[in-house]
Design a protein around this ligand. Structure first.
Ligand code: PEP
Ligand code: MG
Length: 524
């Protein structure tokens, strides 16, 4: 079986796609021509010249200011090293064969190797190269392997056989840890395992409160392959599919056909549960081209990009609509901040539907359309926006960022980022009330949805759906199943009386401990 077939089978189509990109590099005419020309001119052997040419390519890419392009250096070396190994007739050991209990420290792990990692053997990964959008990061996340990527000077600081701790949650690597540190992490690991054991039965249980109110608990995913995690942890659907990662993990934009294949497969795997596909949220911290802005989060992002590049948007709309023939697909637009934007995008959507109809292409005529309410402007206008949509999904990450004027990715101001800030909570309540007054459902898919401290409050506000990263679902169900709606409503009333996020959190913690004994073990 080829590497690509194996990845396709074990991990999924979108991972196998990057091998297509690598194969393109392999057969790149300019590269081959350059190598041939230099062999003839310089009269040196093929191995030497090939290495030189690959090195030149990698240097040029590495120097690019474009994060996506510079991270593709790993792909170049992956392909190049394989060719060189074959030219030299060498065999090599790979990550597939490492013994159980290994932590891999490497300059970089080639994506084609990363995808073959056996998560049962590998405890953690640390690399010098690679960032958020590198393929290695993507793969380790999908395999649930703790990883710290982009550690400067790692290979000069670490020796084979040394003891290290990989703390993937905090993004830190601890070399030669003291006994105290080891003890701390051993205790933390033990506690985590015990908690996992306590929580595992909740994967199977329905997401209902003690007094029988059903709340959709669904999953946020970034890659097709994560549908397996959503199912494993008991999600009742996909509440947010962040499709921009389809654009970030390959060269060029994905075609309608490529997108259709992913959306269709996802809809089929999740049936009968719904799948909410969000149109691409590019821009902000997710940049594809070498386009840079002074204030990217306030700039050309999400729906603004869509409305400026209608062809790109229409390709995606067609792909989503075709997948909607499965009858469980909904569509959602990110970062709406004006009434005109949603009106305009709805008109375009209607035109795309009309065209499909005329070409007799099947889709769901009743497909639900929703927006992320994640700007203060959309929140304040929410009662007007209801007549354009079938549902709202509150993006609490961006709503917090924009309400508090705190860049969500900036370490310097991170202590100011708090989704329990009273101003954010007012807006959340306002959005839910506006939705319910217009008889549309309202969900929340930011990080707040998975916070045990927030769940009683959101239920008290009347939230209908909570969407979160799959691994948080069992814990959310445990919390949910200990609550009653009247108690949550009481708590929600009290929570709006405060001036600071700290006061709100203190109040919620106390109220939870008093009202819901049993869930304090998951409320920090
Ligand atoms: C949000 O903003 O809360 C959200 C869910 O979207 P993202 O994190 O992808 O911006
Ligand atoms: Mg957002």
């Amino acid at each position: 079986m080829s590497i690509k077939e194996r990845i396709n089978l074990e991990i999924g189509g979108d991972f196998a796609q990057f091998l297509d990109a690598q194969m393109l590099m392999l057969s790149d005419r300019t590269l081959i021509k350059t190598v041939k020309k230099r062999i003839m001119e310089e009269k040196k052997n093929a191995e030497y010249i090939y290495h030189q040419v690959i090195n030149d390519y990698a240097k040029k890419l590495g120097a690019s200011k474009d994060q996506y392009l510079s991270e593709r250096v790993a792909d170049i070396w992956d392909v190049g090293t394989r060719v060189l190994r074959n030219l030299l007739g060498l065999t090599h050991s790979s990550v597939v064969e490492v013994p159980q209990g290994t932590i891999i420290a490497a300059h970089d792990i080639p994506p084609s190797e990363a995808a073959l990692i056996n998560p049962n053997n590998i405890l953690g990964i640390a690399t010098e190269g690679g960032g958020r959008t590198s393929h290695t990061a993507i793969t380790t996340r999908a395999l649930e392997i703790p990883a710290v990527l982009g550690v400067e000077g790692l290979m000069n600081k670490i020796e084979n056989g040394e003891t290290v701790i990989i703390d993937g949650d905090r993004g830190i690597l601890i070399k030669n840890p003291s006994r105290g540190r080891v003890h701390f992490y051993e205790v933390a690991k033990k506690k985590e395992r015990e908690l996992e054991k306590t929580l595992s039965p909740y994967c199977e249980l329905p997401p209902k409160t003690k007094d029988d109110r059903y709340i959709d608990i669904s999953a946020n995913i970034e890659f097709f392959a994560e549908f397996a995690h959503a199912k494993k942890y008991g999600a009742v659907g996909i509440g947010l599919f962040r499709t921009e990662f389809l654009y970030l993990t390959r060269r060029g934009n994905p075609s309608e056909e490529e997108q259709f294949r992913v959306y269709n497969a996802l809809a089929k795997r999740m049936k009968p549960h719904p799948v909410i596909i969000r149109t691409f949220d590019l821009g902000g911290d997710k940049i594809v081209s070498d386009y840079h802005e002074a204030n990217p989060f306030l700039g050309w992002r999400a729906i603004r990009v869509c409305l400026d590049d209608l062809e790109l948007l229409k390709v995606q709309l067609r792909a989503i609509l075709r997948a909607s023939a499965n009858k469980n697909v909904k569509i959602m637009y990110p970062m709406i901040s004006t009434y005109e934007e949603i009106k305009r995008v709805n008109l375009i959507f209607d035109k795309v539907k009309k065209k499909l109809r005329s070409r007799k292409i099947e889709f769901d005529e009743d497909i639900q359309v929703g927006i992320m309410v994640e700007t203060p402007s959309a929140a304040l206008l929410s009662s007007h926006l209801t007549n354009q949509v079938d549902f709202f999904s509150i993006g609490s990450n961006d709503l917090t960022q924009y309400t508090l004027a705190v860049d969500r990715g900036n370490e310097r101001v991170s202590t100011l980022f708090d989704h329990f800030h009273p101003s954010v909570l007012y807006l959340i309540k306002k959005i839910i009330d506006a939705g319910h007054q217009a008889h549309i459902w309202v969900g929340l898919c930011g990080e707040l949805a998975a916070d045990p401290l927030a769940i009683p409050l959101l239920l008290g506000f009347g939230i209908d759906e909570l969407s979160m990263n799959p691994a948080s679902i069992p814990r959310a169900k445990l919390v949910l199943r200990s609550l009653t709606i009247p108690q949550c409503e009481q708590i929600a009333k009290g929570a709006l009386d405060f001036r600071t996020a700290l006061e709100v959190k203190r109040f919620l913690r106390r109220a939870i401990h008093k009202n819901f004994p049993g869930i304090e073990k998951v409320v920090k």
